[in-house]
Design a protein around this ligand. Sequence first.
Ligand code: NAD
Length: 334
Amino acid sequence: MTTIGVIGTGYWGKNHVRTYSELVSENVIDSVKICDIDEKRAHELGNAFNIEYLTDHRELLSDPDIDAVSIVTPSHTHYPLAKEFMEAGKDVLVEKPMTMDSKEAEHLVEVSEDTGQILMVGHIFRHHPAVKELKKRIDLGEFGSIQLITSNRLSFGAPRKDMGVVYALGIHEVDMFCHLVDKEYPDSILATTRCNLQPDIEETAMITMDLGDTTAHALESWLMPAYGKQRDLVVVGSEKAAKIDYLKPQELQIFDIRIAEQDFNGKSAFSVENEGSYTIPIPYAEPLKEELRHFVDCIRNRNTPISDGVVGMRAVKMAEAVLRSAREGRRIQF
Ligand SMILES: NC(=O)c1ccc[n+]([C@@H]2O[C@H](COP(=O)([O-])OP(=O)(O)OC[C@H]3O[C@@H](n4cnc5c(N)ncnc54)[C@H](O)[C@@H]3O)[C@@H](O)[C@H]2O)c1
């Protein structure tokens, strides 16, 4: 029997509720309960999915039926809520960013260790089918040595009021770049940010991470009207390159390219081999559903999630370094 509570049913929490409801229909979990301090919101969603709703999370803390919760509330509330639920004996999936402060993130990892409760963080792109396929192929050595990674997360829309693009979007990139090359942290981070509309809430950030043999660049912006909603990742290796459009989880585009230095009549020159590109089809799976299935699997089998509290904590430390680099105009070493 597994019953999960969703705390926070706003823009993103609604998706957790819908997805858990699908998992109930598929008999993966038994039931879901929801909680939002905005009663109208909780009531509407509860009615739409025929789910019991509450307005005070403390009722879920003491509910013996609740095994675990998804915390999908504003980021500054993640720390107290995640702590309270783990201390009450519930497993926790907390959305990214895990916290807005690395000291709080460290403490949540300690609470998870002390209580034995599972702590997972919503780094959804680690659960993205095309990313999983790409990572498998990188680990098999198909790409050779990884030389360059780039990512764009661009759109034109109202900026968030509670955090800028670094915590809202760039946190995905700093985690993904380390994940792809199996590093806990980069060697260094260099970043610039720009706040045009609200003080201290940057709507654009440019992040460069030195990952040893690899350099990774990310551009994040809510002020970019030219490309629609663009969310992509490009990985260039010595043997192959790949592109993922995050909005198309069922596709991984591979570029059969190589640049090699050759001897031409005693003179060294670069030869470029380009055999074109092809797309590897991947069975469709919604990334959030993969993430929540993984959470349920970890709850049942007491496994460490692939996006556990330590992953979430490292991402918060990297996001802090991004903002510090931009503020101080210098490279931050790890
Ligand atoms: N993984 C992803 O790709 C992704 C995408 C979007 C948002 N998020 C994260 O999800 C979180 C929520 O973002 P959002 O855009 O849905 O925000 P939102 O403001 O739309 O929704 C937050 C909801 O939480 C409720 N709430 C606040 N405090 C509460 C409490 N103590 N108990 C119960 N309910 C409470 C609010 O009433 C609101 O309905 C943020 O941390 C954000 O970074 C993650």
